[in-house]
Design a protein around this ligand. Structure first.
Ligand SMILES: Cc1cc2nc3c(=O)[nH]c(=O)nc-3n(C[C@H](O)[C@H](O)[C@H](O)COP(=O)(O)OP(=O)(O)OC[C@H]3O[C@@H](n4cnc5c(N)ncnc54)[C@H](O)[C@@H]3O)c2cc1C
Length: 471
């Protein structure tokens, strides 16, 4: 049997890769990645430079790993919906195998490819721990409350152990000619390499996981909310691009922490279950990428506020934590989870700007930008999502800063204008005495903005608007 293993950007690994394993067990293997213009047209790639950098690193690593096993990754450029059926026919494969996608764009593509293929397309549900759409309430509905979903998961899902990488693979069959296409360089796409973006690829991912397990994992429950501390696992992009499988992470963390730190284990697995919940929710409700989960939010009167938007994007709102989050994103392609929540809430609630605009911005610039998790995060923060933050709870960026960046180190790292501000005043510089501002070299309205909205006024404006709209 000859199998085309279709890699599609969410499974860039050789370990715990069921499609690869099944293909290798049954005969000839033809691994393929399509450089789809959806991501790789230079203009599209330049809108999401950090993700493309991580993706290209990961593809280079996958290609080297497959060669090491005796095979090679064939790269072709075009629309996958056209190319996969053409290549499958040309190379006379008996089937195409791949990891399934939860995101609607991938499912639509797979339906199209499946119709065009003359051979079966076999999909494996390994993007998540359980099979998407399998957990149901007593009424047979998808869950919309996280805690109930997590209980059902604990009861019904047994996470299988990850599969080891194959020891070797058969060489490409002689009649399969790979063509001349290679992986594009960042330069050819017009992207400058950013050394602050995490390194992609399976080896880097494994090292990241190992280092975190050695270093901070045991204190995850305490460190995870501290914005200045690099105490979280930083595996978001690895899970998004599949340089580590979710089962591998689940098992490794379980093994490392079960005895050592059960609290940290419980809290970390809970976060992995939020990922599971987000994916499951998007699987069942694909329209969520266009509209709020709660029907009463449709037609919400968001404001057009270009100045507010630009200030939020560029980190010039005058609220130090919100600005630090914006600048961390622009500089590194990452934002700490707590800072994401504060910044997203600020955009939707303080500025009354449509959360979907922020969602798009995050999706493009976060290295871990992921349809399901990002949409869940934004709808949660705006208050319109599945099991969201109640709409009338509005984060105060000053008190959030004081609580989760007590000594101001997060702000100082990303907003150097405030580098010399004492901790006591760093989260609300406009309230600092003139002598403190002068000593820190801060000139409000000159080298650091005054707040673009007053917290109390903006809060009331949101509450009034939401009350009117939501009844
Ligand atoms: C507005 C907003 C946007 C977000 N956008 C994304 C996104 O595009 N991609 C993304 O992976 N996460 C997103 N998150 C969730 C979370 O912020 C990131 O997963 C986390 O910060 C990634 O860093 P880490 O790997 O160090 O996380 P850790 O704390 O080490 O968590 C481990 C893993 O658990 C999963 N996870 C953690 N928290 C969540 C969560 N709240 N929801 C779903 N999964 C979670 C992620 O896969 C993460 O890598 C968003 C959150 C908010 C509030």
């Amino acid at each position: 049997m000859r199998t085309l293993v279709w890699y599609r950007g969410k499974d860039l690994r050789i370990a715990d890769h069921e499609p690869l394993k099944v293909a290798a067990r049954d005969g000839d293997v033809v691994p393929v990645f399509i450089l789809d213009e959806y991501f790789f047209a230079p203009a599209a790639a330049r809108r999401q430079p950090f993700r493309i950098q991580f993706l290209l690193d990961s593809l280079a690593s996958l290609s080297a790993n497959l060669e090491h096993l005796g095979s090679r990754l064939i790269v072709a450029s075009g629309r996958s919906a056209d190319l996969i059926p053409t290549l499958a026919a040309k190379w006379k494969v008996d089937r195409v195998v791949a990891q399934s996608w939860v995101a609607p764009v991938g499912r639509a593509r797979d339906r199209l490819v499946s119709r065009k293929l003359a051979v079966p397309l076999q999909l494996f549900d390994t993007e998540t721990l359980g099979t998407p759409g399998s957990l149901r309430t007593g009424n047979g509905d998808p869950y919309s409350v996280f805690s109930a979903f997590a209980r059902a998961f604990a009861r019904d899902v047994k996470v299988p152990p990850p599969l080891p990488a194959p020891r070797s693979l058969p060489p490409l069959p002689k009649d399969v000619k790979p063509g001349k296409q290679t992986l594009p360089s960042l330069k050819s796409l017009g992207i400058t390499r950013n050394e602050r973006v995490l390194e992609g690829g399976e080896r880097a991912a494994r090292e990241r996981l190992k280092a975190w397990l050695r270093r901070d994992a045991r204190d995850y429950d305490e460190l995870r909310n501290l914005m200045a501390v690099d105490g979280t696992s930083r595996l978001g992009a690895d899970l998004k691009f599949g340089t580590l499988s979710i089962r591998t992470v689940w098992q490794a963390v379980d093994r490392a922490l079960r005895e050592l730190s059960p609290d940290a284990l419980r809290v970390y697995q809970n976060e992995l279950l939020w990922r599971e919940f987000a994916h499951s929710t998007l699987f069942d409700r694909p329209l969520l990428l266009q509209q709020p989960f709660r029907a009463e939010w449709r037609g919400f009167p968001w404001r057009d506020d270009e100045d507010g938007w630009l200030a939020w994007v560029q980190g010039r709102t005058g609220y130090p934590v919100v600005d630090a989050a914006a600048r961390q994103l622009l500089a590194t392609g990452f934002v700490h989870n707590r800072a994401r929540m504060i910044a997203a809430s600020f955009l939707a609630k303080h500025l009354l700007i449509d959360f979907r605009r922020g969602e798009r911005h995050y999706y493009e610039l976060l290295t871990d930008g992921d349809w399901a998790n990002n949409d869940m995060g934004w709808q949660w923060s705006a208050g319109c999502g599945c099991d969201a933050q109640p709409w009338f709870r509005i984060f105060n960026p000053v008190t959030q800063g004081e609580k989760f960046d007590r000594d101001g180190a997060y702000v100082r790292a990303w907003v150097p204008e405030l580098g010399l501000m004492p901790a006591k005043h760093i989260h609300a510089p406009w309230l600092a005495p003139p002598s403190v501002l002068a000593a820190a070299g801060v000139r409000l309205g000159a080298n650091y903005p005054r707040p673009i909205v007053d917290h109390a006024v903006a809060r009331q404006r949101f509450l009034d608007t939401a009350k009117r709209h939501l009844g």
